[in-house]
Design a protein around this ligand. Structure first.
Ligand code: BDP
Length: 669
């Protein structure tokens, strides 16, 4: 197995009859074809696919009752088909199923550049672009790859993709590129997917030749209206724009003394006649502010209620930047009159990239289930973004993709579980990670061919493979937190590659908020970022009871301790140990967990094909080595402040701090 089929692997199909009641369409044809190619149920069964209005169904929702799948729209039928096949393959019932999506728009964000490189892409080049400039071409290989991409997405409910980087190039709005967007849109349309674009805010100047990109300038307004018209003539179901404005050097309305509202509403007005939306990112922060974590709320709250109804503010799960652990962004609980959507990062930029085995579902589940207390207890991040706490005309969720041209799409075979989990949580934000891991493992590794099944005869797949590997997945993100940045530490990476440890990294003339010491604030007394009222008071951006809990040294959950507090090295933790001892033990625990993952995987060998087994095994070796570097480097560096001995139950460092510092920031390979 080269891994290309991911969770859509198939054995020889059993014969099945499919009866469709609905107007003929490409999507219904796709639904029928998937059933015919994948059917493993009773031979010669008749499956009915029915499109009809049903008040209990939202757009894309479906019902399954025995052999009948009903939905209000064609895409709903397709999702129902995939769900039926998944249920049959993972041993779940297909009776009385009623399933509606949590979010209307379930969108991948590709950070793909027109050069073909992907920003923090770890699985090869872009599947969409390859540095073609003025003659943008499409070949048969592209078409089949895009079709498979769309199928994989549709099978987990993803119905949209922004196919270029948020650090955007103006050429994306040029005629040859628009033609390619149209070709990609056509390839994914039969699977219910829409294409979106991340345009550069300065495109009126850099692509259109105007003197300004001021959103209130009449020529600029005309430019965007004309672009919208041009795009929709080519792509009638174009989804809309995603904008990174005035952030990390990207242009935006503030360059013209205008506001986020001015910029977002102008674009929203241009897209409105065609039903398009604007996803405006809240990831904005300035180097001169004492606390980066506070800035999104400061910048956006004054505008609550002023955005058009086709604007959604896209908010990263945490207030800083996709760290191994952050508390949820307070912006989720703040806005009440503006649509807000979560942005997760599927690519493991800060979580070991394609080298570490880290199942991110538990992290997203933690975020979605966090209570914001926006309208009292129970206002979880999931509920304040899916329209159930306050009405939003549009609801959406975004995931930064980890997909590239590698033959198995995501390089690390287990990274595909993160793509899968994003889709499943976008469909149902109350799912548990345990269920998602269970499904993914069954679909990805259970034997499907006759030879595969024969090879597994007499072996106990559930006990020998499923249970231990699932546990490994569910523990893997906490392990990464432990060996990288436990107890609420964050952004401790070497330089910009965001892979290895670098708590010491602070070269002259680098923005403070791009260096780890800004975040750990270690000194002789202790460690941690004081965000209580005696510090930056970021705690006040959370509703009660959270603000008091996070301000209290006794009550703050220990997993967020050093995020919110500067704590003495000798402080007594709940375990009875000092903070210093506890910190050392956390790092060490993380390393031990990864060593155990190696054992689990080696024991799983009889159940896995050679190619995927060896792929994962060799990545786990790198994972274990680098986890140890994280532990050694971090403990030895922080020891220069605490001056305290490493507790005896912790494995002695095997590398010198000076060695680790000399190879970072080039990253420890
Ligand atoms: C950071 C990445 C940077 C992205 C930025 C963003 O390091 O490459 O451009 O996020 O989300 O995590 O815009």
């Amino acid at each position: 197995e080269n891994g290309y089929d991911l969770w859509l692997r198939k054995g020889p199909a059993k014969p099945v009859k499919v009866v469709v009641s609905g107007k003929k369409s490409a999507i219904l044809d796709a639904a029928k074809q998937e059933l015919t190619e994948f059917w493993q149920g009773t031979p010669n069964a008749t499956i009915q696919l029915v499109v009809k209005a049903d008040k209990s169904l939202k757009t894309d929702g479906f019902k399954i009752n025995g052999n009948v799948i009903t939905a209000g729209n064609d895409a709903g039928v397709l999702y129902g088909v995939y769900d039926m096949l998944r249920r049959m393959a993972s041993g779940q019932s297909t009776d009385n199923v009623l399933s509606n999506p949590s979010y209307q728009r379930r969108v991948l964000n590709h950070w793909d550049n027109p050069t073909g490189n992907i920003e923090h892409g770890f699985a090869g080049k872009s599947i969409f672009w390859r540095n073609e400039k003025d003659s943008v071409t499409v070949n048969a290989g592209d078409l089949s790859r895009w079709k498979d991409y769309a199928r994989l997405n549709a099978s987990i409910g993803i119905n949209g993709a922004v196919i270029n980087n948020v650090n955007a190039q103006p050429m994306m709005l040029s005629a040859p590129y628009l033609k390619k967007y149209a070709a990609i849109a056509a390839a994914v349309r039969p699977y219910g997917m829409k294409i979106y674009m991340a345009p550069n805010f300065a495109s009126p100047i850099r692509q259109g030749g105007l003197k300004t990109a001021d959103p209130l300038d009449p020529e600029v307004i005309k430019y965007w209206q004309a672009k919208a018209k041009e795009i929709y003539a080519l792509i009638p179901d174009f989804g809309g724009f995603l904008i990174k404005a005035n952030s990390e050097g990207q242009p935006g309305p503030q360059d013209y003394k205008r506001t986020h509202v001015d910029g977002a509403n102008m674009l929203a007005d241009a897209l409105k006649p065609y039903g398009g939306i604007v996803m405006w990112r809240a990831f904005v922060y300035a180097p001169n502010d004492p606390d980066r974590a506070k800035q999104a709320v400061q910048e956006f709250m004054p505008f609550d209620g002023q955005f058009r109804d086709n604007v959604i503010i896209q908010v990263k799960n945490g207030p800083v930047d996709f760290q191994p652990r952050e508390p949820f962004s307070p912006l989720f609980g703040a806005m009440k009159k503006t649509s807000v959507m979560p942005e997760f990062q599927i690519m493991q930029e800060y979580l070991g990239q394609a080298k570490h085995l880290v199942f991110l579902s538990t992290m997203w589940e933690e975020c979605l289930k966090s209570d914001t207390y926006q309208m009292g207890a129970g206002s979880t991040v999931g509920k304040v973004t899916d329209g159930s706490v306050y009405p939003q005309k549009y609801t959406a969720i975004a995931g930064v993709s980890n997909i590239g041209l590698d033959s198995n799409w995501t390089a690390h075979p287990f990274a595909a579980a993160n793509w899968y989990a994003f889709g499943r949580l976008g469909w149902d934000n109350t799912l548990t990670s345990a269920q998602i891991a269970d499904e993914w493992l069954k679909l990805t590794f259970a034997p499907v061919t006759d030879e595969g099944k024969a090879a597994m005869a007499g072996k106990n797949w559930d006990a020998g493979f499923l249970a231990p590997v699932k546990k490994m997945m569910l523990d893997s993100r906490e392990a990464a937190v432990n060996y990288m940045m436990p107890l609420g530490l964050h952004h401790q990476f070497s330089a910009y590659d965001h892979y290895g440890p670098g708590s010491w990294y602070a070269p002259a003339r680098t923005r403070a908020d791009w260096t780890p010491p800004y975040y750990h604030k270690a000194d002789k007394q202790g460690i941690g970022f004081n965000r209580t009222e005696t510090g930056t008071d970021a705690v006040s951006q959370y509703h009660e009871p959270l603000s008091s809990t996070f301000s209290s040294l006794e009550n703050v959950p220990e997993m967020y301790l050093l995020w919110f507090q500067h704590v003495p090295w000798t402080y007594k933790m709940k375990s009875g140990r000092t903070l210093w001892d506890e910190l050392c033990i956390k790092y060490d625990t993380g390393v031990k967990q990864v060593r155990q993952f190696q054992v689990v995987w080696d024991m799983a060998q009889p159940f896995v094909d050679k190619e995927r087994f060896e792929n994962v095994q060799s990545r786990l070796r790198i994972h274990a080595r680098d986890a140890q570097v994280w532990k050694d480097g971090s403990i030895l560096y922080f020891q220069t402040f605490s001056g305290m001995p490493i507790p005896y139950e912790v494995e002695r460092p095997v590398r010198d701090l000076s060695y680790i510092q000399s190879v970072a920031p080039a990253s420890i390979k």
